[in-house]
Design a protein around this ligand. Structure first.
Ligand SMILES: [Zn+2]
Length: 422
C-alpha cells in the first residue's frame, strides 16, 4: 500500500510531538499515553503522512472566511464534543488505546502523565507513610485517611523556603534545642522561651512560655477570619479553630458539631488522625467534600478541594508564626540561652589554650578570660570567629607541612629506586 495523506491538527504541541520523530515525548507530559499511541501508529503506517497546523475555533469570528481545513476542523471539534457528552458519564472509560505501545497501570489506575513522579511516589511514598504510621504520627487514625492529593498540591504551590521548612519541621529536623544539641551546635537542648529542658518539634507548638499564647491566639484568629472570608461553612471554621486550640491546651473541645452532612464523620476522623497532623498540613479526606457540599448549598461555584489546598497553606502559616516567634525570642539580645552558650564556648577556647592557634592569633588570648566575658555580645562573637579561624588555619598549615614532607620523601624514594636500577 502506498500514497499520501495530509493530517491537520489545531494543537501545535500535539502536532509537534506526533509529526517529528526526533522530538522526545517525555513520560511526564500530559496525555502521554495518547501521544505515544499516535506516534506508534504513525510510524507503522505504510502511507506517507503529511502534517498541517490549522488554527482552531475559526468560527468564533462570524465574518471569517473559512477555508476547507478550517471547516473540517470545526466539524471535527463538534464531533469530539458530541462524543464527550455521550461518554463522559459512562461507567467504563476507554482504558486501552489502539496502537499504545505499553499501557501503564499503578494500583489499578491508568497513568497518563507524570509517569516518573507516580512511580517514585508509589514505591517511596508507601514506605514513608508506613514508617510514619508505625511511629504513631497519625494517632489512632490511618495514614490512608489523610488527603495526600491536597497536601501535594499545597506543597507544589508553596514557595521553596516554606516547602523546606514544612518538611524539616514535620520530620523533626528543624533546628530545635534537641537537634542543635545532637548536632553539637549547642550545649543544652533547653527551650529559649520557657524552662523546659528539651525543646523538640512538638514543644514548638505546645510551649507555654511568655507571650506564646498571644501569638497562637492571634494566628488562630487570623485563620478563622480567613476561613469565613473564603465562605467556609461557619460551624466547620469554628470547629477547626476550637479543636486546634483544645489540642494545644490539652483540653476538651467547646464547639458542638452541627449535623451538616458528613461533618461529624470528618471531625471524628480528624480526631483520630490528630489535630497536630492538621496543623502540620495533613487534613483527612472529608473536609473538601463537606465544604464542596456547602459551596453548592450556597450556590457558590468554587471547588472544595481548592479550598482545602488553600486551607493547608493557611495552617502552615499558623505553624510558621509559632516557629518564627520562637526564633525571635532565641535571637533577642536579652535572651540568656545564646549568651550563656557563647560564654561557655569562650571559656572552652581558653581551656584548649593558645598552643593550637596560628602565631599571629596568640595575642587574642592576652586580655584574659574575664575581660573577654565582660565584653559586648558583638565583641565576643567576633572573638570566637577569629579564634576558630586561627585554629583551622593552624591545623591546615600542619597538614600542609606533613603533606609537603611526604611528597618530598616520595620523590626521594622514587629517585633512589630509579638510580639503583640504572
Ligand atoms: Zn518552651
Amino acid at each position: 500500500m502506498e500514497g499520501e495523506v495530509e493530517l491537520a491538527c489545531d494543537g501545535l504541541q500535539a502536532l509537534r510531538h506526533v509529526s517529528r520523530m526526533e522530538v522526545v515525548t517525555e513520560a511526564k507530559a500530559p496525555q502521554f499515553d495518547l501521544l505515544a499511541a499516535t506516534r506508534s501508529v504513525c510510524r507503522k503506517c505504510p502511507v506517507t503522512l503529511k502534517f498541517r497546523h490549522v488554527k482552531g475555533h475559526q468560527d468564533d469570528n462570524f465574518y471569517a472566511d473559512l477555508d476547507e481545513w478550517a471547516s473540517l476542523n470545526i466539524e471535527m471539534d463538534d464531533g469530539a464534543k458530541e462524543h464527550w457528552l455521550r461518554s463522559k458519564d459512562a461507567r467504563t472509560r476507554q482504558q486501552y488505546i489502539f496502537g499504545e505501545p505499553w499501557p501503564f497501570w499503578v494500583a489499578g489506575r491508568k497513568v497518563t502523565k507524570e509517569v516518573p513522579e507516580i512511580i517514585v511516589d508509589h514505591i517511596d511514598g508507601m514506605t514513608i507513610r508506613e514508617y510514619w504510621e508505625s511511629k504513631k504520627r497519625f494517632g489512632n487514625g490511618s495514614i490512608q485517611e489523610v488527603h495526600w492529593g491536597a497536601v501535594g498540591k499545597a506543597m507544589e504551590s508553596a514557595g521553596r523556603a516554606r516547602r523546606h521548612w514544612v518538611v524539616k519541621q514535620a520530620s523533626g529536623f528543624c533546628a530545635t534545642g534537641k537537634m542543635m544539641q545532637r548536632w553539637n551546635q549547642r550545649k543544652t537542648a533547653k527551650c529559649p522561651r520557657c524552662a523546659v529542658a528539651v525543646e523538640d518539634e512538638l514543644h514548638v507548638w505546645m510551649c507555654k512560655g511568655e507571650g506564646v499564647e498571644t501569638v497562637w491566639e492571634e494566628s488562630i484568629q487570623k485563620l478563622g477570619q480567613w476561613m469565613l472570608k473564603q465562605k467556609t461553612l461557619p460551624n466547620l471554621a469554628a470547629i477547626i479553630c476550637d479543636r486546634l486550640s483544645a489540642w494545644r491546651n490539652q483540653a476538651g473541645p467547646t464547639v458542638t458539631v452541627s449535623p451538616f452532612l458528613g461533618l461529624r464523620g470528618t471531625v471524628h476522623a480528624q480526631d483520630q488522625v490528630g489535630w497536630r497532623a492538621l496543623l502540620e498540613g495533613c487534613p483527612v479526606q472529608g473536609w473538601a467534600e463537606v465544604q464542596q457540599r456547602y459551596f453548592e448549598w450556597i450556590n457558590n461555584r468554587r471547588s472544595g478541594e481548592r479550598w482545602l489546598v488553600a486551607l493547608i497553606q493557611k495552617l502552615w502559616e499558623v505553624a510558621w508564626d509559632m516557629w518564627d516567634h520562637r526564633n525571635k525570642v532565641l535571637h533577642d539580645k536579652d535572651n540568656t540561652l545564646l549568651s550563656e552558650q557563647r560564654q561557655s564556648e569562650i571559656a572552652e577556647e581558653f581551656a584548649v589554650g593558645s598552643a593550637s592557634v596560628t602565631q599571629e592569633a596568640k595575642i587574642l588570648f592576652r586580655p584574659g578570660l574575664e575581660a573577654i566575658l565582660a565584653g559586648s555580645e558583638a565583641m565576643q562573637t567576633a572573638w570566637l570567629v577569629r579564634i576558630r579561624r586561627a585554629r583551622t588555619r593552624f591545623k591546615e598549615r600542619q597538614e600542609e607541612d606533613q603533606l609537603g614532607f611526604r611528597a618530598e620523601r616520595q620523590a626521594m624514594a622514587g629517585w633512589l629506586r630509579g638510580s639503583s636500577s640504572r
